[in-house]
Design a protein around this ligand. Structure first.
Ligand SMILES: [Zn+2]
Length: 234
């Protein structure tokens, strides 16, 4: 049941996508029908990616100018174009979002999002739609930055309403909580110690009123124990 936050290493991530991804924003890599964003939300992460739980949106900050072009990227506006006049990733994705908003394409771009929990520990957050993009003055950084707006793809066929709510919910475990739980459970299944096929699991499901902000309600489970548990609930 692919309804929980999968935990994978960077090697597994690369294996799954058939390539090694190094950059944050990847436009249809390897001719895929979707794009891929790698997201990091640790306090010292270089970008301010994060969830807006209230509006069920994910904000993804654009990329800085390359260090080859400017010595202090954070002191410059994030660029639309490279020095040679090509669109940067910012420019590409901004155009795609604009095309969708203006009706120049029927469907928004599908973006697969992976979230970095800590070194070499990633979580597969599934698919989102790129529905909007902004380029505006960022008061905190005193420069112009991009903000890409991602909304969860809600057409998960084959899931019951309860499963779907849990799925949506599981995406919203804040990274900081995941990090705490991952350290506490030592990166192993809380039941059997397996390191295979790990997920973040809610002890009390969202549909039954469980919290995703309380580490005590979150545990790491292997695929087998996750499945056993969901059988019991259903
Ligand atoms: Zn287990």
């Amino acid at each position: 049941m692919e309804t929980q936050d999968f935990v994978i290493t960077h090697a597994e991530l690369s294996n799954k996508e058939g390539m090694s991804l190094q950059r944050g924003m990847n436009y249809r890599p390897g001719d895929k029908e979707y794009s891929i964003f790698l997201m990091s939300v640790s306090p010292d992460a270089p970008y301010n990616d994060g969830f807006d739980a209230e509006n069920k949106k994910l904000f993804y900050e654009g990329e800085d100018v390359s260090k080859r072009e400017k010595a202090q990227p954070k002191e410059h506006d994030q660029p639309f174009f490279t020095k040679t006049g090509k669109r940067t990733n910012n420019g590409k994705f901004f155009k795609i979002a604009e095309d969708y908003k203006l009706g120049r394409r029927n469907k928004p771009e599908q973006i697969k999002v992976y979230e970095k929990i800590k070194n070499n520990v990633w979580s597969d957050k599934g698919f989102f739609y790129l529905t909007d993009a902004k380029y505006e003055h960022n008061d905190r950084e005193n420069r112009k930055t991009f903000k890409f707006v991602l909304e969860p793809v809600s057409s998960h066929t084959g899931l019951s309403q309860e499963e779907y709510e849990d799925f949506e919910f599981s995406r919203r475990i804040p990274t900081e909580i995941k990090r705490i739980v991952w350290e506490r459970d030592e990166g192993k299944c809380a039941k059997c110690g397996s390191k295979e096929n790990l997920h973040f699991d809610h002890l009390i499901p969202f549909s039954k009123g469980g919290s995703s902000l309380d580490p005590k309600n979150i545990q790491v489970l292997c695929g087998k124990h996750n499945l056993q548990k969901s059988d019991k609930i259903l």
